[in-house]
Design a protein around this ligand. Sequence first.
Ligand code: T5A
Length: 228
Amino acid sequence: MLEAPHRRPARFITFEGGEGVGKSTQVRRLLNNLSHYDIEAVRTREPGGTPKAEAIRAFILQGRSEPWGVGAEAVLFAAARHDHVTQLIAPNLAQGTWVISDRFADSTRAYQGLTGGVDDKLIDALETLALDGHTPDLTIILDMDPDVAFRRVEMRSIEDGLQATGDRFENEEIEFHRRLRQNFLDIARANPDRCVVITADQSEEELEAAIWSVITSRFPELNGRPLP
Ligand code: T5A
């Protein structure tokens, strides 16, 4: 009998951290670097990633869910995540395609749970339901002073010719973002096998190299492969 061709395992990697720390920039760079080694990967984001989840994203980030309270928002994020996992993440992983997500379940724990005060038990239950066993293989937490990150976001708005109006969460007080930073660090401490914290206050190229070094040391199929 012919042996089935050996297929490399698909990896699920998530990027987390506060606003403007460089997640989207590094997700794009990682996709590009993986493609140099013929690793098929999809880039996705949360909230969002599928048409239904993107509809929930617009509803929340425009502030329309705010009157419902933070607990209901946690449920909405989980509903979006459930669709994202079942319609995009799981099918891609099953066919051998890596999935790189700009935010995932740790954001609900950090924003709605630890910062917003939603009970741990509800956050745990929503996570179990939404993930359906699809825990990331690696979570990169980009960490930096939120004041510096906010200057980046303001600069982007100016460069884009937009007024710095911000979305629902960008408009929270700086103290909220300081707490959030600490909460992501606490999540990393509680999940040392999955999470790696990287200082984000460095150039895009330096950060890209630091992330590549984590990826190549974590996944044997990329062991020793230099940054393309
Ligand atoms: N949310 C989300 C919850 O409350 N609960 C949840 O469960 C989930 C999933 C999503 C919002 O929803 C909340 C969290 C968020 O508030 P979003 O817009 O998708 O909103 O997420 P943000 O994290 O806010 O996205 P940003 O685009 O603002 O931040 P990024 O992706 O971290 O940063 P990036 O890469 O876009 O870079 C920002 C700017 O900095 C520059 C870039 O060119 C860009 O202009 N930059 C750098 N400048 C200097 N040095 C570097 N190293 C740089 N890297 C990037």
